[in-house]
Design a protein around this ligand. Structure first.
Ligand code: SIN
Ligand code: CO
Length: 369
């Protein structure tokens, strides 16, 4: 994706802060699927989809799967299909267009089709999104920053806001992109039949991180180690009081335990964790004697981190952490970039990684999808 400014400037001045219009970010972009093909995916019970329309000024929605008859309607309707990157190789490629962001930050590509004049209503999302216009035109109206205190129209999980005053408007043509940071109110309205590809960058809730880090530490913390308070014990002047120094002593003990026993793996594990893996008929790759090239499957999520030793790395594959030799580094980086690697070279350089990737069904033949 071509940014109108340097990637460094984007990250410093816009990322998670301000919207940015990126005209012709993907020059000559043509939607890899037709509206009919998108509707076909929404008939599948394994694929999450929603229809949204306005019924006498009231926003209404229905969850998929749908039937062909569901789309025979006269009102202004929008079809949203989630995680299309799992199901369509060219849509999966769009994940790779955000090479200035870590691959593990990219969540999914949702595709929407809207008939003339339709949209999903003014709302805000809690994650960053790059809205890539795929077919026809869509007018995006951007409003103020919203949060939990912003009044919302009840239910449905759409975060619709009843009062919306646009502050800026952009008309997107195929290949144009609008970056919208979390919380910014937005409303896309189709001009003619329109398809948009939303590349979403969901981040884990802090609550989930805290729970995971705590669980990871508790695995190594013996329940026989008790709080010590020798250093803070003072003569009690008011019976029954828990003093500020008692509290800070307990806080310090908890923080010290977290710092001492946290091996840092929980972050990679949670970031690469998968929801339900689809049961499709993809030819996952496993034969170690294979001489061709392999790459990551559309569903696999991997990342890596340095270890305390120079000779090892932690590799994360679909939520599992394994320690691999540092020889694996070029292969991990290539796979994270969406590139193919020669399978026997990967196997020779780092059989542990090669075997773990095969066991997790994370590799596919380079020509299979
Ligand atoms: C749409 O494509 O119409 C909705 C996408 C969004 O607002 O995040
Ligand atoms: Co949105």
């Amino acid at each position: 994706m071509k940014l109108p400014i340097s990637a460094q400037q984007f990250l410093a001045e816009y990322w998670q802060q301000k919207p940015l219009y990126l005209p012709q970010a993907i020059p000559d972009f043509q939607s890899p699927i037709t509206p009919d093909e998108l509707a076909g995916f929404a008939l599948d019970a394994d694929i999450e989809s929603r229809l949204i329309w306005q019924d006498k000024e009231v926003w209404a929605q229905a969850d998929g799967p749908f039937t062909a008859a569901s789309f025979q309607r006269q009102d202004r309707w929008t079809l949203l299909v989630q995680q299309m990157d799992r199901w369509h190789p060219s849509i999966h490629q769009l994940r790779l267009s955000l090479s200035f962001l870590p691959n593990w930050r990219i969540d999914d590509v949702m595709v929407s089709y809207a008939v003339d004049g339709a949209g999903v209503g003014p709302h805000f999302d809690r994650y960053d999104v790059f809205l890539l216009q795929g077919l026809g035109q869509r007018e995006w109206r951007l409003g103020p920053t919203c949060d939990d205190s912003t009044p919302q129209l009840g239910g449905g999980g759409l975060n619709l806001i009843p009062e919306f005053e646009p502050e800026s408007t952009f008309l997107l043509n195929p290949g144009d992109v609008l970056y919208v940071p979390p919380g910014i109110a937005h409303w896309g309205i189709a001009h003619g039949a329109s398809m948009t590809f939303s590349i979403g960058l969901r981040a884990p809730p802090i609550a989930a991180l805290l729970a995971r880090r705590t669980d990871a530490v508790l695995e190594h913390l013996s329940s026989t180690i008790l709080l010590e308070d020798g250093a803070t014990a003072t003569l009690e002047s008011r019976p029954g009081e828990i003093t500020a120094s008692h509290l800070s002593n307990a806080r310090d003990a908890v923080t010290n335990a977290l710092d001492a026993l946290d091996d840092g793996r929980w972050l990679g594990e949670i970031l690469t964790e998968q929801g339900d893996l689809a049961t499709d008929d993809t030819a996952y790759f496993s034969a170690s004697s294979y001489t061709g090239s392999v790459r990551l499957s559309a569903e696999a999520r991997i990342a890596w981190q340095e270890c305390d030793t120079d000779t090892d790395l932690n590799a994360f594959i679909n939520g599992e952490c394994i320690t691999v030799s540092a020889n694996a580094l070029p292969y991990l980086m290539a796979l994270c970039s969406g590139d193919a690697v020669v399978h026997h070279a990967l196997n020779d350089a780092c059989p542990t990684l090669s075997n773990a990737l095969s066991e997790c069904q994370a590799l596919v033949d380079d020509h299979s999808e």
